[in-house]
Ligand binder design. Sequence first.
Ligand code: GLV
Ligand code: GLV
Length: 328
Amino acid sequence: MTTKPRVLLTRLLPQSGIDMLKQNVELEINPEDRVMPKEHIVDRVRDKDGLVCLLTDEIDAEIMDAGKALKVIANYAVGYDNIDVQEATKRKIAVTNTPGVLTETTADLTFALILSVARRIVEGDTLLREGKFTGWAPMLLLGSDVCNKTLGLIGFGRIGRAVARRARGFNMRIIYYEPERLSGDIEEECGVEYKTINGLIRDADYISVHTSLNASTHHLISETEFSLMKKTAYLINASRGPVVDEKALVMALKNKQIAGCALDVYEREPAVEKELLTMPNAVLVPHIGSASVETRTKMAMMVTENIIAVLVHNTTPPNIVNPEVYEK
Ligand code: GLV
Ligand code: GLV
């Protein structure tokens, strides 16, 4: 009998993924529904061929060195800034992510954030629950229109484009920034105009960030950028927290340099700048961009397919992040 490859899963996932993993590999799962402490990962990964991890797990060289047999690290997320990919590549460990399946779900959440902050949905809900709704009033909770406004998308990959598709239904003018401008054909098809980053920041009524986190996007939105924004503009972030300088954001809100913000991600998760918690014009949700039953299930299947490709079929996984590993 051949032995099954051994895989460590750092936290419970939707059952369909677990079931499929269990049919193919010997699975060890973090018994507790919380982030697995690093020492435990180091300890448990020693005899494993594969690791399924989350964006809340910092996967560094120490873990890779402990996992001497590791062939694949499958991240249960599209973003993989939590993994030191360079170190993985050096050790010929394949790194995979879950692109595509969460694009539309994350774009839905982004639009929910835009609408919530613009139309003061959370403030209204709070007011009503506190028994302060005394009847329709001409000046009650006046917000800002979303329709016909300018949406600025910083980052125009899969998710940025899915947000643009929704914005067209609201008759918004859509501008985007990417380090490399797209072809005129794609711009026309998406109904978007290219801007420099500062041009976008000056022009947009809603600025939504859809970049990955790396050295060039860390604090991409900081003091200078806030000073360029319209006083009536809103900042939306459902990408990665450190793309926005959270302290500078607090200052911009305090000084009324911008009208508000809506965030799904934070610079030092799960910590949030304390002052944000006191600001009614900040809509704050706990990193739930991809959190639908359908999408989290698809992500679990995708992670599983990547693990099985490497460990059972000995092939390049479908969602490889570092294809250099397979170069001869
Ligand atoms: C979620 O934030 C992801 O990167 O999948
Ligand atoms: C992520 O899927 C992106 O490319 O925006």
